[in-house]
Design a protein around this ligand. Structure first.
Ligand code: CMP
Length: 143
C-alpha cells in the first residue's frame, strides 16, 4: 500500500495544530503508520531539503525547521501521496484553497505549517531518511 511522509513543522507544533492535522488525515481514511516528535540537527534538515540547496531561501528554511520540535509521520492508503498534497494545499499559503491545511492555517510561505512528500519516489526517500535507525525520539526539554 502507498505511503507518504508528512511533517508538522515547528510553527504547526507551537500553534497547537498537531491534533487538527492528524484528525484531517484520519477522517479522510488514511492510516497512521508511524509518528515521532523530534528536534532535528541542522545537517539532518539540510539532507531532507538537499534538493533546495541552491535556493536563496535554503538557509532560512533550515533555520526554521530546526527552530523547535517537528512531528514526523508516515501515512498509508490508496493515492496517499497525491491526496495528502491536496489535503495540505499549495506550498504558498497565498495560493492554497480554503479547506486545505495551509489554506486554513497559514499566511507565509516561510511558515507553512506542514510538509508532504511530492511524489512516491520522494516519499520512499523521505521515509527512509526520517525513520531509519538512529533518529532518536524527541527529548522532552521544551514547553
Ligand atoms: P515544503 O513543502 O516543506 O517544501 C519546501 C519548502 O521550502 C516549502 O514547503 C516552504 O516551506 C519552503 N519554501 C518554498 N519556497 C519558498 C520561498 N520562496 N521562500 C521561503 N520558503 C520557501
Amino acid at each position: 500500500m502507498e505511503q507518504t511522509f508528512i511533517m508538522i513543522k515547528p510553527d504547526g507544533v507551537q500553534r497547537g495544530l498537531i491534533g487538527e492535522i492528524i484528525s484531517r488525515f484520519e477522517k479522510k481514511g488514511f492510516y497512521l503508520k508511524g509518528l515521532k516528535m523530534i528536534n532535528v540537527e541542522r545537517s539532518f534538515a539540510e539532507k531532507h531539503y538537499s534538493d533546495l540547496a541552491a535556493k536563496p531561501f535554503f538557509g532560512s528554511l533550515v533555520d526554521y525547521i530546526i527552530s523547535g520540535p517537528v512531528v514526523a509521520m508516515v501515512w498509508e492508503g490508496k493515492n496517499v501521496v497525491a491526496t495528502g498534497r491536496k489535503i495540505i494545499g499549495a506550498t504558498n499559503p497565498a495560493e492554497s484553497a480554503p479547506g486545505t491545511i495551509r489554506g486554513d492555517y497559514a499566511i507565509e510561505i516561510g511558515r507553512n505549517v506542514i510538509h508532504g512528500s511530492d511524489s512516491v519516489e520522494s516519499a520512499t526517500k523521505e521515509i527512509a531518511l526520517w525513520f531509519s535507525e538512529g533518529i532518536s525520539q524527541w527529548q522532552s526539554n521544551q514547553h
